[in-house]
Structure formats: C-alpha cells, structure tokens
Design a protein around this ligand. Structure first.
Ligand code: ZN
Ligand code: ZN
Length: 168
C-alpha cells in the first residue's frame, strides 16, 4: 500500500531521530515545503563537542506539576540539557525563505521553548506523533493565537527499528 504524505514525512522524522546519541530522548524533525523535503534534524550536542554517548547525558532535576483528573501531584523528573533540540537544530540549518508557509513534521510534541521558536519561524503547520503533556496546554494555546495548524497523528506507527529504547 502506498503511504500517505503525513506518514511519509513522519517516517523521515523518525529516521532522523535514529541519529541522536542522547540516551534519554531521540527526537527527529523535518521541514517540508509543498511536499518537498528541505531539511532534517535531530537532538544533539553542538558540532565538535562530545555528545551524550561520549560525555554522558547532562542531567538536571526538575519538579513538575502533574494534573491527573483534577488530582495535582508534584513529580521529580530528570532531563538532559546537553542537546540542542531537534526543532532548534532544524531552525539553525534551514533557510528562513524556505520556512515561510512550510510544515514541520516532528516525532514528539515540541516543548515550550521549541514551540515558541517555531511560532516565530514562518512555518504554518506542525505535525507530531508522541504527546508531551508537560507543555501541551500552553503550546496549543500559542499555536492557536499564531494561527499555526497543530496536529497529532495518533494512529501513526513509526517504521520498525526507529523507536529507541530510552530512559525516562
Ligand atoms: Zn543526553
Ligand atoms: Zn524542545
């Protein structure tokens, strides 16, 4: 069966994510303009400095407020800050002219900082697969304010072997 465009480009984002060396998160993103692939990126350390596989993850601890069915809970979480996020790398390595009116396919729902940057990058649509509940509400409201289409492909299944086993 022929793959539809959403599946095709999200597959490519997952392919890009397999390049990531962070043991905590493998994220990939691609830039698409009129069905043409104009860039691909993944989360990683800046070029020329040791990445997570060489230097280990750079972990910080954060407290997160979780709300499950009206039940609020403070949970301690660890996050790796060594890497530049896939979406940010995508913005660093694509042309502003190419981004105007384009679509970003990304394996994971963008965090607040990435969403904020994407909102100011000229793109008109974001398609993602895995949810990221922590920043979801404020990210969705930002996209609404900016008129950026924000879609989750819930029924999507990544290509075999592209979903990394990660620690959380
Ligand atoms: Zn890492
Ligand atoms: Zn991010």
């Amino acid at each position: 069966m022929r793959k539809d465009w959403d599946t095709y480009f999200l597959d490519m984002a997952y392919m890009a994510s397999t390049r990531s060396q962070c043991s905590r998160r493998h994220v990939g993103a691609v830039l698409v303009q009129g069905k043409k692939l104009l860039g691909a990126a993944y989360n990683g350390a800046p070029m020329g400095v040791p990445d997570c596989s060489e230097a280990g993850c750079m972990l910080v601890e954060e407290f997160e407020l979780l709300n499950q069915g009206g039940d609020e809970q403070v949970v301690k979480k660890q996050r790796c800050i060594r890497t530049i996020h896939a979406e940010q790398n995508l913005l660093l390595f694509t042309d502003p002219k190419d981004r105007e009116g384009s679509v970003v396919y990304v394996t994971d729902q963008p965090c607040w900082t990435c969403a904020n940057m994407l909102a100011n990058s000229g793109i008109s649509e974001i398609v993602y697969h895995r949810p990221y509940p922590k920043d979801s509400d404020k990210v969705k409201s930002l996209m609404q304010q900016k008129g950026i289409t924000f879609r989750c492909l819930e029924a999507y299944e990544p290509p075999q072997g592209t979903m990394a086993e990660v620690q959380h």
